[in-house]
Design a protein. Structure first.
Lengths: 295, 295, 295, 295
């Protein structure tokens, strides 16, 4: 991460410098920062972002549509280098859209075309907050919106996109809350203690299969030895935590049958709030387990 | 099922008739029944089976080996029609050995060859009590036995095989317990009542994938509308019950997010006792669940 | 229980005999049966009871009030032998009203007086469906009703009272459902099996203390060796099941500390539906337990 | 708490000053510190305490007995002011021994007399680590020891007593771990969030009744707004956490029956490790709950 600007420094700038400093956050729209400058100084980075979005929302619908239209198609032909603002490139890469299968690419193209035909502006979504499947679901769902609702939805997404860009560029008090977190905890209620050294895998579960995202083991307190997912927004989607508790109980001297009742325990759960904290513990014996959304 | 012989009728027979009546239970070995006849009358069908097995066990090792050797290779070249006793054909078909992939067939052949080389008699296993993966696991594991232990293991398996054949052929008091059972129960502790109309799928989980075995829905008491697995022995192996509880909660008017925390809940468990009762309930809310080996 | 009349026999009677046969079910009100007789024959005992209550409900309010007024005060001075219909005596004894403390008696008297002053008819409640505390709670709560609501409440209670009397007097198809049931089940998820020989106590929990109602032990399936509560209506109130699971785990060779984490587990629960089935299981290890309203 | 001595300062003292500085930790036995001084300097406060105890354990049994004998009877006639070292007074007051009932006092006297007759020295126990009932239990249990085992038990208790005195008097690196902790956490799996504003009472459960120790409510994360028990050693004994979850669910708009299935949930648990962390969470809906020893 490059050095970030301080909020104080931004607050001290005139409109032109202010807009120049925030260039790249709102794609092809320096007028957003120019207009928001009137509200300076901003007490918090959150207030700065709200001021920028308020400048967008204050415009008439036709201007907002022109603004939205300056964003590239998500997976369309326009996705050639040079036509997209640099930040967009890495964000879309994170989703793996460049690795779409032929069928998925065709589906994206179809949805894109239908969306364009219906609304006249490109489909905008903050791809860092969704899995590939969730992007497709959102695409289908939003196609059913009326134009006014959909324009609002597009602006909401631009709010998410620009908020992420802003926190990477500006530092100061009252940073927007953009990071979610996944945590777990393994308790062995056969032994009455945290379960140490348990292997835990995290998978993304998609229509076309499961992908291993990471693998951790638990520490002496039964918690992952490092963060499994977080730091930035989580992706709306379906996941599986897979706990190798059979190995744990065998390692503690329990004689389990060749085919233990519980061995590898999958917990499938959905994430709908990318900025939320998902605590998904496992409380287990060789014969039982429970889980819940904890805190 | 054809008409079964009564134990009374068997008890009234002379040795020749007795052996003829039990023909096909112990493959190519009428001497087993001839020898066991000395112990008649048998008070229960279980005692009859024990008498038959005792006759086998009373023989010297070389006779037992010859007896075991009369059984066909599990998946080998010998598995051609005509060389196997008829009952063996349908039992092996149940396992799906005829649908082995090329790799699996090669592995079976290798294991068979190694087994023959080590022990000098064919690998015998009661295939109705194991999934295909469990057969392979048993094959590997038993290859490590010494000859005496392995001969005992083979006879134990013949005990399982013949017990199943016997209960299909003979009726009477004290039938051997050969049937396991899988049951479940879905409780909705959000609403405080059994969860009705929940779709529950049962999969066999193997190395090469999951296969749907059956699908049921729950009745007003939260229990499957029909038996999922049972009636005969269960197969040692790994399974998954998959509960569609998200649909249940939505159907009861709960507003769940687009991506609910819990939607499709898999419970993976192992069966090690084919004649046992496995009760695997789900106690769930939209935010938590637990399971255990019940009764 | 004395011999019961058959519904067929009742259906064959003329109005006078019918009313004579049902004498004592509706106190001091032979006109109820006389009037209901018009609806005969009754297909079920439930229909018969509904017919009787419909006859009451068809009357103008003043008649209903006179009818209610013929019932004795619950704990008042009128509760002298001879003034109450015989069935009322044993029903009120079941509640233990004759063992009221001086303070409780004073409270009953006060409530009775306030009730009489407010409504002009006595407080009627089906005491077999409530604990003493629940009677007092209902008394307070109903004092806040308006007269019309309270008259309906009194008739509802007379419905419960007479339904219980009817099932003791008449036999036939379609008996009203008057029996609740409490059950439990103890599962040991440390050992993976039902917990046998566990001592389970059942207490009624009242404002003035806990009273032991019964004590059972669990059988090989982890269930009480006999019914703990049921057969007739349960009493609305608060209860505690107390499970001696520390003894169970010690008996299975577990070395627990002098002061085990779990030893005697109380589960406090309320009953609000006297005719319902309350299944209150315990799923426990020495370090954890869960319970839920099961089925 | 008065200013504590630094370990550095102690390490710099000669034997006389060292013994004077530690006066009052080992009652009437300045020789303990004099003798331990030989091992200085001590790297940690824990090592200092071990050095002091090692000086006691190095003595012949008759000296140890004389040392133990200098301790006052726990509840005997000797417990008059002036005869006990000041620190003993407040420690014994904490237990409430001065509020013994006549029966309990008689039992203490009887146990004291039997103990004296059997062992010839007074019963010593670190009363800050036990509830009154646990003291009585320990008294009975230790009466069954042989003399050698019991002398070792008495020294172990003096180790606990002096360790607590030492951490109040001396500060420095490597402080002995003398503080246990009780924590809880209330999760509402009906709503899928921590349960805020839940009243939680903590009781000590003794033979002669329950005593309320403290009452807290949960914060926005479902945790007590302040420490319930801890800071020093917990007391070995039996406790109940009582959770008022019915109020919580009603406050969130759930319509519960007059007599809810779950309203006030008691969780009874034992503490056997005074320096341990006991985490006793409640995961609840209106129809279910679970608890476990967490971490």
């Amino acid at each position: 991460m490059t050095e970030r600007l301080s909020l104080d420094a931004l607050n001290a700038m005139n409109a032109d410098d202010f807009a120049a400093a925030l260039d790249g956050i709102f794609e092809h729209a320096p007028w957003v920062a120019m207009s928001a400058h009137a509200g300076h100084p901003f007490a918090t980075v959150t207030a700065l972002h709200e001021g920028l979005m308020a400048a967008v929302r204050a415009r008439p619908a036709e201007d907002q549509i022109a603004f939205v239209s300056a964003h590239p198609d998500l997976a369309g032909k326009a996705a050639r280098a040079g036509e997209i603002a640099p930040a967009s490139v890495s964000e879309q890469a994170g989703l793996g859209l460049e690795r779409l299968s032929i069928e998925e690419f065709a589906r994206f193209e179809r949805l894109n075309a239908a969306y364009r035909a219906r609304f006249g502006f490109p489909f905008v979504v903050c791809v860092r907050r969704l899995t590939r499947d969730a992007v497709l679901d959102a695409f289908e769902r939003r196609l059913a919106n009326d134009r006014e609702t959909e324009l609002a939805a597009a602006l909401t997404e631009i709010g998410y996109i620009t908020r992420l860009r802003l926190v990477e560029k500006v530092d100061g008090p009252g940073m927007p809350h953009v990071a979610g977190r996944l945590s777990t905890h393994v308790l062995d209620t056969h032994g009455g203690c945290p379960a140490e050294h348990v292997r835990v895998e995290l998978f993304e579960v998609g229509r076309s299969g499961r992908v291993l995202l990471t693998e951790v083991h638990t520490d002496a307190d039964g918690r992952p030895h490092r963060l499994m997912m977080g730091g930035g927004p989580l992706r709306i989607g379906t996941y599986e935590l897979v706990f190798h508790i059979g190995d744990h109980f065998r390692a503690h001297g329990l004689e389990l049958p060749e085919q233990p009742f519980l061995d590898v325990v999958p917990i499938r759960f959905g994430i709908s709030d990318p900025e939320g904290h998902y605590h998904v513990p496992l409380v287990a014996t060789p014969w039982s387990y429970s889980t819940y959304r904890g805190s």
